[in-house]
Ligand binder design. Structure first.
Ligand code: G6P
Length: 609
């Protein structure tokens, strides 16, 4: 992952670089740093704290410069120490920032050691620094073009050299990089958002491109070394930045985003007349959807759990066989491709490296019909797929996904009903019923959000625990998985989810009075089975914390704590039931004082495999 930003200008560029880093922190936040360059050599400030702290450091030190590069890191090679923080230097002449992983770094390091280069960090990045330094003969653009030919793996880099103090050179392969055009000043960045405001227009570099930005303008060379132009677009196309960063009355972005869900969902539900029309997914979707005989869903993390939920809907409503795979597994295993399958990738960011690679893998196996359910219209995933369903969650800042998840579920439910209609399994009455459920969803969610005070009371007990189990059945098993993921990623409490029927096959051994067992209890066909599983927990002294639909009539008693949800919400019940689990994780983490929006070791957008 990691985020990089660079700039050449005729003004002090450090505040722009720091603001860029702030906007790139979603890509990792283990450490950060900034370097400027003068004819005397590069100078840098680095921190293992957050960008806000780096900002303090540069202000106190009056650290300034007209040409610079900056980095926010998600550690891969080498611990997150100041010494491993970027920018990385080579012989006090050259500085580099790097996003990605160099796979042949060991061989390159030996080759460079033989040439007398000393390595002072544990990073793979340092080999690129020395390699470019060793090839530099007065033209940084040329040296980088030569160097990247020797690199295997994924990279986006920004480089400066003391002998060209008004030049930044960038290059990319596998990791994204954009060039930004301002008024007589130029930028590079991992994401257009980082430089929106300073740059008016941006160009996406293509695989293997190397660029040079200087006061004279921009030069781009392709992998073969030919000078090329890359189409530029108005930076506004990538959305504004300002409005979404205001926390309003909330303590954290995650809390704000949980409460934004009714709005996000209502923005995602299409207009009445096209509610379940294939055209929602793309021009000729009807024709393609009619020809498919199965679905293959590929995703990671929370998006994968959205896929697991969708499997139930697709098989129940559309009666279409659906497989769901973790993208990082699918891309490397031997599978039996079905060209009549619709490949559905689910991703908030549309940039997750494993999901993109899994998509390309499926395409390479001859599965040409692809659909992205995605929150970012300009993302690589949307560009790569035949069809798109855009969720309108708005920018999600908290690393733990909330509103992106529930809007993905809405998109996937719409897909299930659309396919069900096309395949003759949904009649007009059922369609009207599904539409009504969807339209009422934002109001129903508001009812669940009103349970926050009761959930806060529970979270105070959870904050003192080190383990928790989550149980669900059927359509709500993926919701239990998502609840456990939310709790572990932000509160650092070990949490696991099981389909309740599996309890007796192992996890019951863990159940004691000290073990809270969170139970998702909708009033569906599996309720009686679930109640039996709850008794199995009670018989072993386990403490049940149950989110029960009002019409289940499950009530609190010794060892059974109940929060009453609204009445059962039919097939869309998972969207209601995940919300209290998000709130429970949020308030538990908050009570433990963790960094809720930026949990340790994680990142929002995982652009390395
Ligand atoms: C990271 C995030 C998760 C997210 C996952 C997949 O792990 O922290 O919140 O679910 O990546 O990301 P995507 O953008 O593809 O949905």
């Amino acid at each position: 992952m990691c985020g990089i930003v660079g700039a050449v200008a005729q003004r002090n560029i450090v505040p722009v670089l720091i603001e860029g880093l702030r906007r790139l922190e979603y890509r990792g936040y283990d450490s950060c740093g900034v370097a400027t360059v003068t004819a005397a050599g590069p100078q840098r400030v680095r921190s293992v704290s957050r960008v806000a702290e780096l900002d303090e450091q540069v202000r106190t030190a009056h650290f300034e410069g007209v040409t610079g590069i900056a980095h926010t890191r998600w550690a891969t090679h080498g611990a997150p120490t100041v010494n491993n923080a970027h920018p990385i230097f080579s012989r006090d002449a050259l500085a580099i920032v790097h996003n990605g992983i160099i796979e042949n770094y060991e061989a390159l390091r030996e080759m460079l050691r033989a040439k007398g280069y000393e390595f002072v960090s544990q990073t793979d990045t340092e080999v690129i620094a020395h390699l470019i330094h060793s090839l530099y003969k007065g033209d940084l653009f040329a040296a980088v073009r030569e160097a990247v030919l020797q690199l295997a793996g994924a990279y986006a880099i920004g480089v400066v050299h003391k002998d060209q103090p008004h030049v930044v050179v960038g290059a990319r392969a596998g990791s994204p990089l954009v060039v930004g055009y301002g008024e007589g000043e130029y930028f590079i960045a991992s994401d257009a958002l980082a430089i929106a405001g300073s740059a008016n227009r941006v160009s996406y570099l293509e695989e293997g491109d190397v660029c040079e930005i200087s006061l004279e303008g921009v030069r781009i060379a392709d992998r073969a070394g030919n000078l090329v132009t890359r189409e530029s677009r108005d930076v506004q196309a990538y959305g504004g930045y300002g409005d979404t960063v205001d926390l309003g009355p909330y303590r954290h972005y995650m809390q704000k985003e949980i409460f934004e869900q009714p709005r996000a969902i209502s923005d995602t539900i299409p207009a009445l007349d096209e509610a379940f029309d294939p055209v929602l997914f793309g021009e000729n979707a009807a024709e393609v959807f009619e020809g498919i005989d199965s679905i293959l869903i590929l995703a990671c993390g929370t998006s994968y759990y959205a896929g697991l939920t969708a499997k139930y809907w697709l098989e129940t409503v559309a009666k279409i066989r659906t497989d769901v795979e973790i993208a990082s597994e699918y891309r490397y295993r031997e599978s039996v491709p079905n060209p009549r399958s619709l490949v559905v990738t689910i991703s908030q960011s549309g940039e997750t490296a494993d999901t993109l690679a899994a998509l390309k893998h499926a395409q390479s196996l001859g599965m040409e019909h692809t659909l992205a359910v995605c929150n970012v219209a300009t993302s690589a995933m949307v560009r790569l797929t035949e069809f798109t369903f855009l969720t309108h969650a708005g920018r999600e800042i908290g690393v733990a996904s909330t509103k992106a998840f529930t809007t993905q579920l809405v998109g996937l439910f719409i897909l299930a009903v659309t396919l069900g209609k096309l395949r003759g399994h949904v009649n007009a009455e059922q369609e009207a019923g599904y539409l009504k459920l969807l339209r009422h969803l934002p109001a129903a969610l508001n009812g669940v959000l009103a349970l926050e005070p009761q959930i806060i009371a529970w979270s105070e007990e959870f904050a003192r625990k080190e383990n928790a189990l989550f149980l669900g059945r059927g359509l709500h098993y993926p919701i239990a998985l998502e609840g456990a993921l939310k709790l572990k990623e932000i509160s650092y409490i070990h949490a696991e989810a099981y389909p309740a029927g599996e309890l007796k096959h192992g996890p019951l051994a863990l159940v004691t009075e000290a073990m809270p067992v969170v139970t998702v209890a909708p009033n569906d066909a599996l309720l009686e089975k679930l109640k039996s599983n709850m008794q199995e927990v009670r018989a072993r002294g386990g403490q049940l914390y149950v989110f029960a639909d009002a019409d289940t009539h499950i009530t609190s008693e010794e060892g059974i704590h109940v929060i009453r949800m609204p009445e059962h919400y039919g097939l869309l019940s998972p969207i209601l039931h995940v919300v209290p689990l998000q709130l429970l994780a949020y308030h538990t983490a908050s009570a433990r004082g963790t960094d809720v929006d930026k949990p340790r070791n994680l990142a929002k957008s995982v652009t390395v495999e």
